[in-house]
Design a protein around this ligand. Structure first.
Ligand code: HEM
Length: 380
């Protein structure tokens, strides 16, 4: 029996039948697919994206995808199609993946990052007086703070902006750094790496350069860090401006969790099936693109009360296992989750009281999920 799937585009060949909706309104397509799956008592549905794809959204599916690294491979997944992410640890598969992660993990551990807190605090951005777009502000703030955390602020700021800018273009614009920019980024990394080989600084690059493949991992992790953290910060600022009663350092933890539940920047994780797999009575053939939808899981009415509402108070209780995965899970869990947590917590703690002035907070999925924007706010 074929998998349930959303209706196909009437005038396209069937194997391409979901491509237009995938690029123009992917969240609506996901909701339609999940409804079709639920009608048949299933937790997966099919998509025809030129390549045969299966999308799952239950905790059981998430657990399988994120823990069975022999079956669910990263190479050949959607990340391999994005030049920014096609490299380093992101597309390294088991068994080499574990070695590469073990080498990188200490640089990004909670205890290693403690040494960065003082430097981050010193460079926290001021919030401007007057009407401000929280999305544009978050974009600059995160770029500058990443420069501090990785490079003690020594990376050429204009080059960093040029490198990261294409990531912010809306889907499906090509997200490809200009080849000349890439050459300049490599040259800059080499320059900063050499300086640290002689004289280490209290920054990430000083420890990263000790690993083989450090240039690639520095570059892809910067790309993985920027948009994700920017979008989470922009939504955090927006919700604090809307609901200032949550704007206390004690409550920011719950606010960040709730923002990452409602708008998981990593809205869709992708793998490729290395072998065929039996799932709930269906055979998923080898080579299938296997997707897990954090967005659908985080808004599943069977898992969450009022899933579409911003309710930080829900975090007084722990969610079911594998129902909340803003940073993925298992061995490939986000390398930068503690760094993101540090930047978000410190930045929110330094914000003045704000109020919203209008804008468009609708989630707009691209490479990562963020607000359509702008998000106009001002000091209260
Ligand atoms: C709020 C901010 C962030 C969110 C929501 C986020 C989300 C994620 C998710 C969902 C994954 C797993 C993808 C998958 O396996 O399917 C991931 C992996 C990854 N993230 Fe993040 N991320 C964030 C910030 C960062 C930062 C600051 C860095 C900087 C180091 C980073 C670097 C990476 C890397 C290198 C991986 C691949 C890990 C591997 O495959 O072993 N991320 N992230």
């Amino acid at each position: 029996m074929p998998l349930p799937r959303p209706p196909l585009h009437p005038s396209l060949p069937a194997p391409l039948g979901h491509l237009p909706a995938w690029s123009s309104e992917p969240l609506a397509l996901l909701h339609t697919g999940a409804e079709a799956a639920r009608t048949e008592g299933l937790d997966v549905f099919g998509l025809n994206l030129g390549l045969s794809a299966v999308v799952g959204f239950s905790p059981q599916w998430n657990r399988a995808v994120l823990t069975d690294l022999e079956t669910f491979r990263s190479r050949g997944s959607l990340s391999s199609l994005v030049p920014y992410l096609n490299g380093g640890v992101i597309v390294t598969d088991a068994p080499e993946h574990a070695l590469r992660r073990h080498a990188l993990n200490p640089s990004f551990s909670r205890s290693a990052l403690e040494g960065l807190t003082a430097a981050v605090r010193q460079k926290l951005p001021d919030f401007p007086a007057g009407r401000t777009d929280a999305l544009a502000w978050a974009d600059h703030a995160v770029r500058d703070l990443l420069n501090v955390a990785y490079f003690s602020g020594e990376f050429d700021a204009e080059l960093l902006d040029r490198f990261l800018a294409p990531l912010r273009r809306p889907f499906p614009a090509p997200m490809r750094p200009h080849p000349r920019t890439l050459v300049a980024v490599r040259r800059e990394l080499l320059r900063l790496g050499r300086l640290r080989a002689n004289e280490p600084r209290p920054d990430l690059l000083s420890t990263l350069i000790r690993q083989p493949g450090w240039m690639e991992d520095t570059r892809v992790s910067l790309a993985a860090a920027h948009d994700t953290t920017t979008h989470a910060l922009a939504y955090g600022v927006w919700h604090l401006a809307q609901a200032p009663q949550w704007h206390t350092p004690e409550q920011h933890g719950a606010v960040i969790k709730e923002v990452l539940r409602l708008y998981p920047p990593g809205w869709m994780g992708s793998r490729r099936l290395r072998r065929s797999l039996e799932w709930r009575g269906h055979t998923l053939p080898a080579g299938t693109l296997a997707l897990y939808s954090t967005y659908l899981t985080h808004r599943d009415p069977g898992l969450w009360d009022g899933p579409d509402h911003f309710r930080p108070e829900r975090w007084s209780h722990k969610p079911p296992a594998w129902a909340y995965l803003p940073y993925g899970g298992g061995e490939r869990i986000c390398l930068g989750m503690h760094l993101a947590g540090l930047l978000l917590t410190e930045t929110l703690a330094a914000l003045p009281l704000l109020r919203t002035l209008g804008g468009d907070a609708t989630p707009a999925p691209g490479l990562t999920l963020g607000p359509a924007g702008p998000l106009w706010v001002a000091r209260a």
